[in-house]
Design a protein around this ligand. Structure first.
Ligand code: HXC
Ligand code: NAP
Length: 296
């Protein structure tokens, strides 16, 4: 039986696409880039560390035989973003896809943060995403190119979260941008969607958000109703679908891929499952029924 660890879309599903994946040299960005290449897309990856990008380009090309190129670019800097677009267009003729994936984040009580630390995370995530969306949007509208934009947010973009407040502020902003531009630029044939992953093991996220001290004390699988963390291929499957024309009628949406985690942790009575042993429920039921017979 086919399953979630396997590629889902048919061969050639992204043929004719050239997709820029920010932060595509590691983690989820690299996994998505690999699948885009396998599906026939040209892929451009960029991030701050050129050595890492060059290594990823070499690896992904060797693994897939696909057309991939990479550039050093700090997405906080608009001119550097414009430069990547210019070079990418020169190489592939046009760009018609963007994945806003680059991010910065670390767990910390907010009162320990300097204003520079707050800026750093917000600038990478929010400014980086609007820089890329704006620069490519202007180019697409001018050249009359139809395109798809996917932003990688997370579930605390709508519920917020303590201890990662700059990231929560920035991801919420990216989600607002996604919904807003989906409406404003839909008329140009530009689609904007987001995915909101729960925990997917990557070195970048694990080093900064789930350090050993936490992992020793926490069974992360217990936080997730389906009892496991995400597999990169299942996220890549969803991302490829949203970048492809198969999702042409999906615009302005955010798709959660977290095994039900945010609802479990946001549910008012979720704690009951851990606090009340099964045997105690007869007693609880009798007590509640007894109370409802009492006169008010
Ligand atoms: C307090 C910290 C800190 C920490 C950095 N700073 N780490 N403050 N606690 N742990 C402060 C610094 O002291 C400095 O402030 C400011 O932040 C900038 O730090 P730099 O190291 O100079 O910045 P830079 O080299 O640009 O690195 C950016 C970074 C780093 C965000 C701090 O972690 C990084 O490069 N991250 C990129 C990859 C990443 O974060 N991946 C994870 C994404 S996972 P001062 O005042 O001293 O100058 C993700 C998942 C979400 O988003 C959902 C999971 C379920
Ligand atoms: P990651 O490997 O650390 O990816 C982040 C990437 O962003 C890195 O390749 C990094 O490369 C790049 N980057 C950072 N600052 C940049 C900048 N200023 N300009 C350009 N690129 C920059 O972590 P990941 O887990 O794969 O995260 C990928 C995305 O998924 C992020 O948006 C993250 O918020 C989201 N996400 C992850 C999880 C998870 O559990 N892993 C859950 C929910 C959402 P350089 O250091 O070379 O710049």
């Amino acid at each position: 039986m086919p399953t979630y660890t396997e590629p889902m879309l048919k061969e050639g599903s992204l043929k004719g696409r050239t997709i820029l994946v920010t932060g595509g040299g590691s983690g989820l960005g690299k996994s998505m880039s690999k699948y885009f290449l396998q599906l026939g897309a040209n892929v451009i990856i960029c991030s701050r560390k050129l050595e890492k990008i060059n290594k990823a380009v070499e690896e992904l090309h060797a693994e897939t035989g696909g057309n991939i190129t990479g550039y050093a670019c700090d997405v906080r800097n608009y001119e550097e973003v414009e430069n990547v677009i210019k070079q990418g267009v020169e190489k592939y003729g046009e760009i018609n896809g963007l994945v806003n994936n680059a991010a910065g984040n670390f767990i910390s009580p907010t009162e320990r943060l300097s204003h520079r630390a707050f800026d750093t995370v917000v600038d990478i995530v929010l400014k980086g995403s609007y820089n890329c969306s704006l620069a490519l949007g202007k180019y697409w509208i001018e050249k009359n190119i139809k395109a798809s934009v996917l932003s990688i947010v997370t579930t605390y973009a709508w519920v917020g979260s303590g201890y990662v407040v700059p990231s929560a502020c920035a991801k919420a902003g990216v989600l607002a941008m996604t919904k807003s531009l989906a409406v404003e630029w839909g008329k140009y044939g530009l689609r904007f969607n987001a995915v909101a992953p729960g925990p997917f093991p990557t070195k970048g996220a694990w080093d900064r958000l789930f350090p050993k001290e936490f992992m020793d004390a926490l069974d992360i699988n217990n936080k997730i109703p389906v009892g496991r963390v995400g597999e990169h291929q299942e996220l890549a499957n969803l991302a490829a679908y949203l970048m492809s024309d198969y999702s042409a009628y999906i615009n302005g949406d955010v798709i959660t891929i977290d095994g039900g985690e945010w609802m479990q942790n946001g549910g008012e009575f979720t704690w009951v499952g851990n606090m009340i042993p099964k045997e105690m429920w007869d007693m609880v039921e009798a007590s509640i029924k007894g109370k409802s017979k009492e006169k008010e």
